[in-house]
Design a protein around this ligand. Structure first.
Ligand code: GRG
Length: 301
């Protein structure tokens, strides 16, 4: 069974209100301090825009679980810090060697490699401090579960492991679906999944709700990567608000390369339909999460 999003719901308005709240809170959680150069480098990438998809997912899942989004705001901001760390490190010369990100020069192009590495490391450390210090009104058991989700998503089972596997397969022409899926489950999927789960945990979701939301997020994560790969090929990246300038996918295993464009699009459609049905039991409460999943496909039209 599919859920039709509530017709009075406007995703564009919803996203811009949430982004503004997240941006203002990020600014507050990362005020300029000493050493100034380090804070400037951290703020340069963190406050450079971006869709804020992960924190928005976190807040939406918290609300779906029945709590106020505000209680998940520090964690949502921490997640954006982890994501930004991964972008800074991903752009380094030792990795994708990118020149532009979020419409501006990459962190190392602005501040040099040493500061870019330290800015990324600092954002990662700061994110966990933030959760520990600002999630004190929540039962400690929930906060610990969130820390476990996010630690897993950042480490060898998530971002770092996915990046290692991605680099190891660079330039190979025979990368199969299993390897491709594994890379993106870690590199892209893990943090999206942890974002949804963190919100759900903070909101007090029970085990069946968490299981449904986890499935939704896993499907959303893969669909997100497939759509990203398709947009790379079809050069309509502006539709997702991406910056152009990097050709990070050169020599990399992507869905269009492994499956072809048509099959990649079909797989994304199936994943989104399945992600929607994961949330059907929640009715209108799931409208924002359903609309977010749907918007991925709209960006391909
Ligand atoms: C150092 C622990 C540690 C981990 C870092 C570098 C690295 C390991 C991982 C790379 C992860 C990465 C960059 C994955 C790509 C994910 C992706 C699709 C990013 C683009 O996300 P968007 O479109 O970007 O949400 P915005 O800018 O809108 O936030």
């Amino acid at each position: 069974m599919n859920v039709e999003p509530d017709r009075s719901f406007d995703l564009g308005t919803y996203l811009s209100i949430r982004r503004a709240r997240i941006d203002a809170t990020l600014e507050k959680f990362l005020a300029l301090e000493e050493p100034r150069a380090l804070y400037e480098a951290m703020r340069y990438s963190l406050l450079a825009g971006g869709k804020r998809l992960r924190p928005i997912l976190c807040l939406a899942a918290c609300e779906l679980a029945g709590a106020r989004a505000e209680i998940a705001l520090p964690t949502a901001c921490a997640i954006e810090m982890i994501h930004t760390m991964s972008l800074i490190h991903d752009d380094l010369p030792a990795m994708d060697d990118g020149d532009y990100r979020r419409g501006r020069l990459t962190n190392h192009k602005m501040y040099g490699e040493a500061l870019a590495i330290l800015a990324g490391d600092s954002l990662l450390a700061h994110s966990f401090e933030l959760i520990a210090r600002h999630t004190t009104s929540i039962p400690a058991k929930r906060t610990l579960a969130v820390v476990a989700e996010l630690g897993r998503a950042a480490g060898p089972r998530g971002l770092a492991g996915g990046q290692v596997k991605d680099l190891a397969n660079e330039g190979k022409s025979d990368v199969g679906m299993e390897v491709l899926q594994d890379i993106h489950t870690r590199k892209t999927g893990a943090l999206l999944e942890a974002s949804v789960l963190s919100g759900a945990i903070l909101g007090g979701a029970d085990a069946p709700m968490k299981a449904r939301l986890r499935r939704y997020a896993q499907r959303l994560g893969l669909a997100f990567q497939i759509v990203d790969d398709i947009l790379d090929v079809t050069s309509t990246r502006e539709a997702l608000g991406k910056c152009v300038g990097n050709d990070a996918s050169a020599g990399k295993a992507t869905y269009p390369r492994v499956l072809g464009l048509g099959e990649s699009r079909r797989l994304a459609e199936v994943l989104i339909a399945d992600a929607r049905s994961d949330l059907a039991v929640f009715g209108d409460r799931a409208t924002p999460l359903v609309a977010l999943a749907e918007s991925l496909l709209q960006s391909l039209r």
